[in-house]
Write a protein that binds this ligand. Structure first.
Ligand SMILES: Nc1ncnc2c1ncn2[C@@H]1O[C@H](COP(=O)(O)OP(=O)(O)OP(=O)(O)O)[C@@H](O)[C@H]1O
Length: 265
């Protein structure tokens, strides 16, 4: 489904600020894989997502989606393959537009080339059905401005907007990190539900070890631009938070920086 071959990315090359953000990473993501990525601050996780999404281009290496090389395809041309939810609930939605207008934009992005905001009755029925699956009553507030929603409601809507058109790849970029614990638990539960129902190929960055252990069939740990630990299948299912902390402590003994954020339980 998604292949990263020898991806290398350096920022500010040849200057005193030179930084190797991604150090020759290879990754093969299969259809319906759900990968969680954890790692220290500055490990290269967001840079990796930006390269997958086409927001950044690698200096070396190739990105393939369904065996097609997309390495230099800009973000807007990859948008119909990708769903992405960011940490900031404000990032995925337009606050001055209504819930149905936001859903309409997400729908048009993939289904048609139209930027029309008008919503036909069949679309409205589809939007209502999808919103009902969130269990938040948003289906009764189709005309409410998104700026009036709580952070959790907004993030649930962002998740729906990123997934209801069944993207080939779903990127979740610490999408529960800015929410209080109960709202984070809600978004985690909805993520699991949507990914399972739609069989979405998903990659999720998280600093929450419990979430990284609970979700997905594969886990990657990154440090200094490299994947330094990986578990999949049964090994991943058996993995516990103490096991992960143990892996982190090995990393620490190799001189890596551990921050409190890395160790979020
Ligand atoms: N646009 C940029 N210009 C210069 N350096 C950058 C840029 N983007 C990222 N970096 C550097 O590249 C490294 C990797 O950053 P990245 O944001 O990918 O890490 P991360 O694993 O997502 O970190 P965090 O968990 O703190 O969000 C860091 O040292 C960062 O400072």
């Amino acid at each position: 489904m998604l292949e990263l071959n020898g991806i290398h990315k350096i920022f500010n090359e040849g200057t005193p600020d030179e930084k190797i953000a991604i150090d020759h990473i290879n990754l093969k993501v299969k259809q319906s894989d759900f990968i969680t990525i954890i790692g220290s601050n500055g490990a290269g996780k967001s840079t990796l997502f930006n390269i997958i999404a086409g927001k950044l281009f690698p200096d070396v290496g190739d990105v393939l989606i369904e065996n097609k090389k997309v390495t230099n395809l800009p973000e807007y041309k990859r948008a119909r393959y990708m769903g992405r939810v960011f940490q900031d609930p404000m990032a995925g939605t337009a606050p001055t537009l209504s819930i149905e207008e936001n859903l309409s934009i997400a729908y048009n992005r993939v289904k048609t080339r139209s930027f029309r905001l008008g919503v036909s009755s069949s679309r409205r029925t589809l939007f209502k059905e999808k919103l009902e699956t969130l269990g938040l009553g948003l289906e009764n507030r189709l005309e409410a401005k998104v700026g009036l929603l709580s952070g959790g409601e907004r993030q649930a809507l962002s998740l729906l907007m990123a997934t209801f058109t069944k993207p080939k790849i779903l990127l979740l970029d610490e999408h529960t990190a800015a929410l209080d614990p109960s709202r984070a638990a809600l978004i985690t539960r909805l993520t699991k539900q949507i990914v399972e129902e739609e069989q979405l190929t998903t990659i999720m960055i998280t600093h929450n070890m419990q979430q990284a252990v609970d979700l997905g069939n594969r886990i990657l740990m990154m440090d200094k631009g490299k994947v330094i630990y990986e578990a999949a299948g049964e090994e991943k299912q058996k993995l516990t938070v103490p096991d992960l902390l143990n892996e982190f402590s090995k990393m620490k003994s190799d001189g890596a920086e551990l921050s409190d954020r890395t160790l979020l339980g």
